[in-house]
Design a protein around this ligand. Structure first.
Ligand code: ADP
Ligand code: ZN
Ligand code: ZN
Length: 736
């Protein structure tokens, strides 16, 4: 490269976590070796910030006199190597989000703040000679000690402090007691993270499972996407585990993503029973330190498996060999604030860049994924039958028109519940609304409790005697008298899980009713406790929100009831039908998993609705075909590409002024291939005190759409009306 005499100074180009679409230039120290991907501390305004060195340049567009030197280099070794950085740069370009903010999303909090990127020196323990031959039954009065000895006897006998800590907070005392007994001692670190890994052999697979395992195994070491399309209970998880075993045997690391934090404990437990390797976890309930440790462990190859939710996707790996995404249809994989990325789509891009297979698993694949499979971009692997003996449950629509309802439950449904619990089997009742009731209304003057900051009703939480907004979190005491007319009686309208729980508690006083929703599982450990109660048969009736629909195994459930199908049938968002179909199939997948025949009852006032009938008579795949045909007709995704520009402001007119200017900007570069739809008020026109509007851009040509966005973003930043609003761009939105 040629250097002109005037620009001999070396410039560090640094990505900072600020909402500005450019890198920041600083003077590099003269003698510093260049190492991209290290963190640096740089002066910023009156203070300083931690950023990541992204490029080194010979010159800057900023006058040299204005350039300031960096304060210090934080790392010797890069925290992000070239491949990691390249992925983040792709994400920044694709989602039109500043690189510094993307990097900041990818880094654990500690690293973001400049903490040292070092792992605590891991200590390992192993059984002594005496410990290996010890009869663990002699420890039956000290169950934790017994468990650890048994665990170590069952594998190659080395365990790290990190793994011990995952077993519970008392591990130090357990270790000390075993050391005092001469059964356990400090040990050398194992050579590689992937040690003797098979704790338990895999199951003998059926032909479909075997075909899937073979197909993916043959593709190790190269990029290929597999859609593992298998009904609930068909043994997808078994396929994942056998594929993980292949990766581990080759010394490769595996990334496993699940949509919801509530799914990590059961999968973790299955993995731990099967493999005796370090498993790192990454999700939002962990402490910053735990997440940073997981991040560094994967980066440095100390852990073989990372199990996490969408944010775990950006964890750097030393030797990534396989990516698995379970429940790939789940929209929780799409982040809904900040960097609005789709973990599924970025996982595919990551697999492509690193050259590893990506397995997308689901019983109800997303329409996009089915389309990609049909188009030959993904390899379609099907597991059409349930593994083992279990049969698919029978679906039944229950017409509740003109039926007497008790808190939303019809008499035939109540009879079915009675019959099921009488046999000692479990019932699962699904209602996707938490709280007692969604509306509090005055019986005299029709006053309704509304949120002052949102275009929404306040939800009654009767147990706590509170009214709560589920959108902005504001709350107040539950009034006893109508605040408007001061005389009227207040009535609860509609159904929430709390209300149904109350009814069931009364009707089935001698049975155990468990309610699973965000309110009852807030405290750490409560979800696990409930799941335990369900799995050990202590619970008779399980009631819950969509939390129940996701991947849990309830072997003794033989009746599933969906109380309110209809509220999902009417929506202006074209995604709604797909989501409802997935939800219904997923919920019904919870029934009759083992040897018992399951039944699914869906209460509806629209027993003739085409969507319900298609699902009922032809199943999810036929529904998906019909829905895809409709989308093709209307040129909706996946037959076109969308980006949603959302704008909000404290003043009602500001968003519309801003969007009018945006429409003008777009008109300058108008193309018949680029549709500009709107501006329109957002589905919730006011939220948390802010007025919200949106503009939808759509094109059948993805490149064209992105070119337009690439031009638009800096232009929007320069608009004067920008000062009064906050905007965000949602590429490939899943919620309109
Ligand atoms: P999915 O992930 O598709 O819901 P799982 O892998 O959890 O399915 O399997 C469902 C149940 O079937 C589990 O209890 C599992 O142990 C069992 N199972 C899976 N594969 C087999 C097999 N090949 N033979 C016998 N049982 C199996
Ligand atoms: Zn009133
Ligand atoms: Zn509100």
């Amino acid at each position: 490269m040629l250097t002109s005499p005037h620009t001999s100074a070396r410039i560090y180009r640094v990505a900072l976590a600020v909402p500005i679409f450019s890198l920041f230039d600083y003077l590099a120290p003269d003698d510093a070796p260049v190492c991209l991907g290290v963190r640096v501390e740089v002066p910023f305004g009156k203070g300083s910030k931690i950023g990541v060195l992204v490029a080194v340049a010979e010159s800057s567009t900023v006058a040299e006199a204005k350039l300031r030197p960096i304060v210090r280099r934080v790392d010797e070794q890069p925290v992000l190597v070239a491949a990691d950085m390249a992925l983040l740069q792709w994400v920044s370009r694709y989602y039109h989000y500043p690189l510094g903010m993307v990097i900041s999303t990818a880094l654990p909090a500690g690293l973001r703040q400049g903490k040292a990127a070092v792992l605590p020196r891991a200590r390992y323990y192993a059984l002594t000679e005496a410990g290996r031959g010890f009869d663990a039954l002699l420890l039956k009065r000290a169950p934790q000690q017994k468990k650890l000895v048994e665990q170590l006897q069952g594998q190659d006998g080395v365990i790290s402090e990190a793994e011990l800590a995952l077993g519970g907070s008392t591990w130090r005392a357990v270790v000390k007691a075993l050391q005092d007994k001469g059964l356990l001692a400090l040990a050398d670190a194992p050579e590689v993270a992937v040690r003797a890994f098979n704790q338990q052999p895999g199951l003998a697979c059926n032909a479909d499972q075997q075909a899937a395992i073979t197909a993916v195994t043959e593709s190790f070491g190269q990029f290929r996407v597999f859609l593992l399309d298998g009904v609930t209970g068909s043994g997808k998880t078994e396929v994942y585990m056998q594929l993980i075993a292949v990766a581990l045997a080759r010394g490769l690391q595996v990334l496993v993503l699940v949509p919801e934090i509530t799914l990590t404990p059961q999968l973790e437990e299955r993995f731990r029973r099967r493999f005796s390797v370090n498993i790192a976890l990454s999700h939002s309930k962990l402490t910053d330190t735990q997440r940073q440790t997981a991040w560094l462990q994967m980066q440095q190859g100390e852990c073989a498996i990372l199990l996490g939710t969408r944010s775990a996707l950006f964890t750097p790996f030393k030797k990534l060999g396989l990516i698995i995404l379970d429940e790939e249809h789940d929209t929780s994989f799409k982040q809904q604030e900040g960097l609005r990325f789709s973990a599924r789509d970025v996982a595919v891009v990551r697999g492509q860049r690193v050259g590893v297979p990506v397995v997308l698993g689901s019983a109800t694949p997303a329409l996009e994924s089915l389309y990609n499979a049909e188009a030959g971009r993904y390899r379609h692997l099907r597991l059409p039958k349930r593994a083992g003996e279990a049969v698919q449950p029978g679906l039944q629509l229950l017409d509740i028109r003109n039926q007497r309802l008790q808190e939303g439950l019809s008499e035939p449904l109540l009879a079915a519940i009675r019959a099921t619990v009488a046999k000692g089997e479990q019932v699962l009742i699904f209602l996707n609304r938490r709280g007692f009731a969604p509306t509090l209304i005055c019986h005299s003057c029709a006053w309704v409790a509304r949120c002052r900051r949102c275009e929404a009703n306040l939800v009654i939480h009767r147990h706590e005697q509170r009214l709560r907004c589920h959108h902005c979190g504001s709350e107040q005491a539950l009034p006893t008298l109508c605040p408007a007319c001061k005389t009227g009686v207040l009535t609860a309208l509609g159904l929430g899980t709390e209300r149904v729980e109350q009814l069931l508690g009364g009707l089935f006083a001698d049975k155990v009713v468990v309610r699973l929703d965000r309110d009852t599982t807030q405290r750490k450990g409560t979800l696990e406790q409930f799941l335990e109660q369900i799995n050990t048969g202590q619970a008779d009736i399980i009631l819950g929100t969509q939390m129940l629909a996701k991947g849990h195994h309830f072997a003794n459930v033989t009746l599933v009831a969906v109380l309110d199908v209809d509220s999902g049938l009417f929506s202006i968002d074209f995604h709604a039908a797909e989501k409802l179909a997935q939800l219904l199939v997923q919920v019904s997948g919870r029934a009759g998993r083992a040897d018992k025949l399951g039944k699914v009852v869906m209460q509806t006032r629209r027993p003739d609705h085409p969507l319900l009938l298609a699902l009922l008579h032809s199943g999810y795949h036929r529904f998906a075909q019909t829905a895809l045909a409709e989308r093709q007709e209307a040129l909706l995704p996946p037959f076109s590409y969308q980006a949603l520009l959302r704008v909000q402001a404290a003043h009602a007119d500001a968003p519309l002024q801003f969007l009018a200017a945006v429409v003008d900007l777009l008109a300058e570069a108008a193309s018949p291939e680029l549709l500009v739809l709107g501006p329109v008020a957002a589905p919730m026109a006011k939220r948390a005190g802010l007025f919200r509007y949106q503009l939808l851009l759509q094109s059948t040509d993805r490149r064209l759409l992105h070119q337009a966005l690439g031009r638009l973003v800096p232009q929007m930043e320069a608009l004067k009306s920008k000062q009064k609003v906050r905007w965000s761009l949602d590429v490939d939105p899943v919620d309109l």
